[in-house]
Design a protein around this ligand. Structure first.
Ligand code: ZN
Length: 308
């Protein structure tokens, strides 16, 4: 078994997490949390999304967040863009971010429920957005939700997902994220999928985005590592989830990911204690326990003097 010596981690909590938590977090708290995340060694942070405020009120302060944050040099801020209108709104603050992230679902039913478009309509719309974003010098990630399974349609054909990824790469995406949006993937499936994707999709960065809906998130990380994946997305505190199915838990926790892979000898560049400090900060803001295991148990080398 050969596993990579280092991985890249994109923190998606400020978007994927804040969007899907029931509470709306105050703008000042968001800015403080993002600034703190930017000082943990994380090099990639998805900071907000320019979605319609009436659809996702939790992110209606996107412009204030984007102009209020202050990230160190070398930390890349990305913004989730739903459509051309969202891109135009984000571009009013072009100097405040480095990357865009566009998305669609691999399955027709999930895509229809999520963005009210067919998958073909989404590909056409995202192709236009990716073209404009490229002209602005922005790095471009395209995320394919329900890549491993759809709560309405069941298993998704890997060939279909890889075909969509090829279309998005052709449209200019530098990176394709594969989302297990409702936690349906298993490790054997993940390993086979990424081995195929690595063969079929040359020249584009492949990123794994796992949810812990059924407790299999880190097992799927290991399977992706074994297939050669070196880029992952996760959420501090295990914030977030997905509105479908109701009550589902969210992304794998960044601190659980960092704890596991660092113990395996894989470098992340992230200071786990500093990251846990930010997760404690958001736990205090929300005033309730979070799903992250390492936040509860402490790091493996935890000592009685450590804060938890
Ligand atoms: Zn997610």
């Amino acid at each position: 078994m050969s596993i990579p010596a280092e991985i890249r981690v994109r923190e998606v909590g400020p978007r994927d997490g804040f969007q899907n938590e029931p509470e709306t977090i105050a703008t000042a708290d968001k800015i403080s949390l993002i600034n703190a995340l930017g000082r943990t060694g994380l090099k990639r942070i998805e900071v907000t999304s320019f979605v319609r405020a009436d659809v996702i009120p939790q992110l209606s302060d996107a412009a204030e967040v984007l102009t209020g944050i202050n990230l160190p040099d070398g930390v890349s801020a990305s913004v989730l863009i739903p459509n051309r209108k969202g891109l135009e709104n984000a571009l009013a603050h072009r100097s405040n971010f480095d990357e865009v992230n566009v998305f669609l679902s691999a399955s027709e039913t999930h895509n229809k429920r999520n963005v009210n478009r067919t998958v073909a309509e989404s590909v056409a719309g995202l192709t236009e957005v990716l073209g404009v974003a490229g002209g602005e010098g922005l790095r471009r990630e395209a995320v394919i939700s329900t890549s491993f399974g759809c709560p309405f349609e069941g298993k998704v054909d890997p060939a279909r997902v890889i075909g969509l990824a090829a279309d998005l790469a052709e449209a200019g995406a530098d990176e394709i994220g594969f989302g297990d949006t409702t936690g349906m993937a298993n490790p054997v499936q993940v390993r086979e999928f990424f081995e195929l994707a690595e063969r079929e999709l040359g020249g584009v960065e492949l990123t794994a985005h796992f949810h812990n809906t059924r407790g299999q998130g880190l097992a799927n990380v290991l399977a992706a590592l074994e297939a050669g994946v070196t880029s992952f997305e996760s959420s501090f505190g295990e914030l977030g989830g997905c509105p479908v199915p109701a009550g589902a838990t969210g992304n794998i926790a960044t601190e659980d990911l960092v704890s596991m892979v660092e113990e395996m000898g894989i470098g992340t560049g992230i200071d786990l204690e500093a990251l846990l400090g930010v997760s404690r900060q958001v736990r205090d803001v929300l005033g309730r326990p979070l799903g992250s295991h390492t936040l509860v148990a402490g790091p493996v080398d935890w000592s009685p003097a450590s804060e938890r």
